[in-house]
Design a protein around this ligand. Structure first.
Ligand code: ZN
Ligand code: ZN
Length: 473
């Protein structure tokens, strides 16, 4: 396992002799109160490492080799890291999404100086889960030939593919019909699961296996212990750390998540995401890239008039082009759905998908602002409905936002005390959350949802000793 991806408690030392690195932007977020600036994160690989293990080295070109045929992770020993830096965002970009889109396949050469010394212009993460250290960096664009070479190195072009019909069958084989929906407390991140067995909380399918990382790491519960006893299918909504990092092993431990069958999106990757994909393959898990036209809708038909429909968001950013699931109960007297959104804004799938009224919705993007022109799913008329917010206490993005809550309220959801205090408690009216942003109060935990109101929590898993907590329902 590459050290960067292990769930460590202490920041590992960094090999500062490798101070030249290739990097590409991974994420950007607004800084409240500073509209001309934004916080950006770059994912990097030391140039020396690429010389040693890259797939395009002279006499050792492996870039055309099928990903599934690798029996080791070529980036196992690579120095990969992450830089957090405040950037000025020129007015030529109408939004941060536009900025991200115009930079998402552009690579830079980074020079890291004086890491560890205070007063740098940036922060450096030597591990996905530990504290950053101050650093001084400068970066310059890479020439066009190198850009192409780097994009090829970290693409998923040679990964296995799965088409829409194949995924329909795979989903139908994976679950007879979900009776419970779980939204685990992973801190600032997302992990949902579909459970059909009322005897114990063992999922058939996961939708994201995320965890809080980097600047939000303090919101991650100490123990996230997912159940893999049923060899569940894992569908990853999109390639963002907070949607897969829960699969990373604790120091010197094994991770069953890496041995599972993963369905992922075909998105532009970088050294960190590609290394994760390689770790799955290395652990004999399977990575299959969903290959279906944007706008098409797959439907897996299950028992008891149930079905799971899926589609890809038709936005252009990673968040808004992710996989979306609608778990549907097609009882003519009670048509209803659970809607799993990942970080995809409703604007990019809802009008096309047209799900029935929702018993439960996982609010997109941890409760970030919604696009003004999108519609919001309407709830069922009956008294039991759940609007779930999966976020981490005190997260740096200030999720959930008042605007997200207000838009749901306008669509008919009862948002209780969150109308004035978003994130102020874990449960009010239709809202159930995995965390609260209140300074006091320590109650938190995963959310369990049924098709009708639940009278008691599910017992923990049957055969395995894992200890996921689903306390709010
Ligand atoms: Zn996210
Ligand atoms: Zn995301």
């Amino acid at each position: 396992m590459n050290r960067f991806l292990e769930q460590l408690d202490d920041t590992p030392p960094f090999d500062f002799s490798n101070y030249l690195a290739y990097g590409k932007i991974d994420d950007i977020e607004a800084i409240p109160g500073e509209p001309s600036f934004a916080m950006a994160w770059f994912n990097l690989i030391a140039i020396n490492s690429l010389y040693k293990c890259g797939l395009q080295r002279k006499h050792h070109v492996q870039v055309h080799r099928e990903l599934a045929s690798f029996d080791e992770n070529p980036y196992e020993e690579a120095v990969i890291f992450r830089i957090e830096i405040k950037l000025h965002v020129s007015r030529e970009y109408s939004s941060l999404d536009e900025f991200l889109l115009s930079h998402q396949d552009k690579w830079y050469i980074f020079k890291v100086r004086d890491p560890g010394k205070q007063n740098g212009n940036s922060r450096l993460y030597t591990n996905l889960f530990t504290t950053s250290i101050p650093s001084q960096v400068r970066f310059d664009p890479v020439d066009p030939d190198h850009q192409k070479m780097l994009n090829r190195e970290f693409s998923l072009d040679t990964a296995e593919k799965i088409n829409m019909v194949e995924l329909q069958h795979l989903i139908a084989q994976s679950t007879p019909g979900p009776q419970f929906l779980a939204a685990y407390d992973v801190g600032q991140g997302n992990s949902n699961a579909l459970i059909s067995d009322s005897g114990g909380a063992c999922p058939d399918i996961y939708f994201d296996v995320g965890a809080a990382v980097g600047p939000n790491k303090s919101s991650k519960p100490g123990l996230i212990d997912f159940c893999f006893s049923k060899q569940p299918l894992i569908i990853m909504s999109h390639w963002d750390h907070d949607h897969w990092a829960g699969a990373c092993p604790k120091e010197n431990k094994d991770s069953d998540a890496l041995k599972m069958n993963w369905i992922v999106t075909n998105q532009i990757l970088d050294p960190i995401h590609k290394t994760f994909a390689m770790e799955v393959i290395n652990k004999k898990g399977r990575i299959r890239v969903l290959d279906m036209p944007v706008g098409d809708i797959g439907q897996a038909v299950l028992n008891n008039k149930m079905s799971i429909r899926f589609t890809l968001g038709n936005g252009r950013t990673r968040n808004d082009s992710g996989i979306v699931l609608s778990i549907e109960n097609n009882d003519p007297d009670f048509p209803a759905c659970w809607l799993l959104t990942g970080d995809c804004d409703y604007k990019y799938f809802l009008d096309k998908l047209k799900p029935p009224p929702a018993v439960a919705v996982i609010a997109p993007h941890h409760g970030a602002n919604l696009k003004a022109t999108g519609t919001v799913p309407i709830p069922v008329q009956s008294g039991y409905r759940r609007l779930v917010y999966s976020f981490g206490r005190g997260n740096k993005y200030r999720h959930p936002t008042p605007k997200s809550v207000e838009r749901h309220k306008n669509a008919g959801w009862d948002v209780g005390t969150w109308s004035t205090a978003p994130g102020g408690c874990v449960k009010t009216a239709d809202i159930c959350a995995t965390a609260d942003n209140a300074v006091t109060g320590s109650y938190r935990g995963g959310v369990l949802i049924g098709w009708e109101a639940l009278t008691s929590p599910l017992p923990n898993c049957l055969g395995c000793s894992c200890n996921t907590t689903l306390v709010n329902h």
